[in-house]
Design a protein around this ligand. Structure first.
Ligand SMILES: [Zn+2]
Length: 251
């Protein structure tokens, strides 16, 4: 398989790819934050990296830029291991990051946030970049409700409720990490978290943090997670992103 990750290529190979017309670059914006007693803090970054890689391959004639592996995680700071950027820091980082890619001649930049807390900052900086950049278009999927409802729909095929599928470290994310890095998942510590409606509690979550809802940091119930489901969810999520990108860009 041809290399797609610019971090694994030399500048000569990247120039050749640009000269062949590879003008789309994709990257994920993840997080390093607590994901309950059973998942690694890199959960959102692992998922984002895999998603961006799938989307890049499916697009064809595109390259993948390095993921950003920390994000805006303030509501998780009360549990150890979480490393959080302020929204302005993330926006500055994304601005410089995209301006670098634009200077090399990429015409389309696709940002895939895989962590809900990043969506607002990604949306704001994307709008700003599209006002200032003349030759480059930036697109980002930032519909958090849309994403959570897609994941819930994928889980529902297996009789798993939306609240079990979960907004954070529930069945859907746990299945995806099992599919990617089973060695980092401790299913013996998987336990039910908050299984009410996250929609109704989102303000409480933002203002008081995850432990106001769930002492173990889980929003959902990971106990029905399985490798095969995770593989399917990642594949369907990538297809969904591809549809979105093709609507936004001429690729
Ligand atoms: Zn997550």
């Amino acid at each position: 398989m041809a290399r797609i990750q610019i971090s694994e290529m030399s500048w000569v190979e990247i120039r050749e790819a640009l000269d062949r017309g590879s003008r789309t670059v994709v990257f994920a914006v993840g997080a390093n934050e607590q994901h309950g007693p059973h998942l690694p803090t890199s959960t959102d970054s692992l998922i984002g990296e895999a998603l961006a890689s799938k989307v890049t391959r499916k697009l064809g004639n595109a390259l993948q830029a390095p993921s950003i592996i920390v994000g805006c995680s303030e509501p998780h700071m009360m549990l150890p291991g979480t490393v959080s950027l302020g929204p302005d820091t993330l926006k500055s980082l994304l601005r410089d990051y995209c301006l670098s890619l634009a200077r090399h001649g990429f015409k389309n930049i696709v940002i895939l946030p895989s962590h809900g807390g990043n969506f607002a900052a990604v949306r704001e900086v994307t709008d700003e970049l599209n006002r200032s950049l003349k030759e480059t278009r930036v697109v980002a999927y930032t519909d958090l409700k849309g994403l959570l409802s897609s994941l819930a729909e994928y889980s529902s095929k297996y009789g798993i409720s939306a609240n079990e599928s979960g907004a954070h470290a529930g069945e859907s994310e746990t299945s995806m990490v099992l599919a990617l890095r089973k060695d980092l998942v401790k299913m013996e510590h998987a336990e039910e978290g908050f299984v009410g409606s996250f929609d109704d509690k989102i303000e409480l979550f933002r203002n008081q943090g995850v432990t106001a809802l769930s002492k173990n940091g889980v929003l959902g119930d990971p106990r029905k997670a399985e490798v095969g489901k995770g593989e399917e969810y990642l594949e369907r999520w990538a297809e969904r992103m591809l549809d979105f990108i093709r609507k936004e860009l001429d690729v």
